[in-house]
Design a protein around this ligand. Sequence first.
Ligand SMILES: C[S@@+](CC[C@H](N)C(=O)[O-])C[C@H]1O[C@@H](n2cnc3c(N)ncnc32)[C@H](O)[C@@H]1O
Length: 292
Amino acid sequence: MLNSNRIIEICSENVQSYKKIISGINYESKGIFNSEMLLFVSLTKYFSVNLIIESGRANGQSTKIIAECFKNPIYKIISVESNRFSPHVKNSYERLKKYRNLELLFGTSFSLIPELIMEECCILIDGPKTGAIKLAINCMKNPLVKAVFVHDLTKDSNQRITAKKVFNYYFFTDNKDYVTKFKVLDEKCWLDLKRYKKYRNWAPYRRDNKVTKSYFSTLAVFMNSNNAININQYNPKLEDKKKWKHSWSFKYLLNDWPLRIKNIIRYPFYFIFFEKKFGINNKINLILLLKN
Ligand SMILES: C[S@@+](CC[C@H](N)C(=O)[O-])C[C@H]1O[C@@H](n2cnc3c(N)ncnc32)[C@H](O)[C@@H]1O
């Protein structure tokens, strides 16, 4: 199985051609950074697969990089997005409509992706965030999947702790040597990120005023083989724990202002129970529910 040095070597072999391809691509919010996508592009080429599946498209930053790097019609690219009503749908469609070998699907990857694995492939997961490891495990049970890449696995995340227990062969783009070698690819991303108010104070190893252990969001690769997964080490509660705890920080109390705080005051115990069960992203409104 590939070790860190070999992975960095493979990425180095691809970096010049990759740099040329991405030079014309602007960075869009929520997108995976260029240095992180280098890992995906290089290893997907290394594994010689013709099918590429993406979960989580938003503005299509990663999708655009994949589509440009795998333009040749021998490749088939399928991108799955769960939110067909998001404001990003129109933008991503405009950016991606010209690629003939790219299929844009709507639906949840939990049910769609297992059906799409018809030949040897690599899979990129950048949404869902909660349950990404579960989805990766399900994909890797199929031997046609050569590798699964998961975004947002920073050093202090519970997903990372879970992933390191569950998978045997992995690599993370916050590897020090990797960052030193390829961070130059992100210069434009950092500049473009400053256009968005929310990310104005983000920098390498820093999110607003908080110093982070990881360079940025971090892309992980989990390589598949017949002994790649320790399924008994998977604990869904651990994967989700921190997200829920975080949702009770002051910053999140103001989420969906004033609806969430009204719910918390009115039905504290029920609300805590339901939010813990269904997650903060499901925007639970007990006031409306119990009124009807
Ligand atoms: C961070 S964004 C993706 C950004 C994109 N990869 C890029 O580089 O521009 C995450 C996306 O995943 C989508 N998502 C969340 N859960 C999903 C699921 N179960 N299946 C498919 N997409 C999902 C969200 O709606 C959101 O648009």
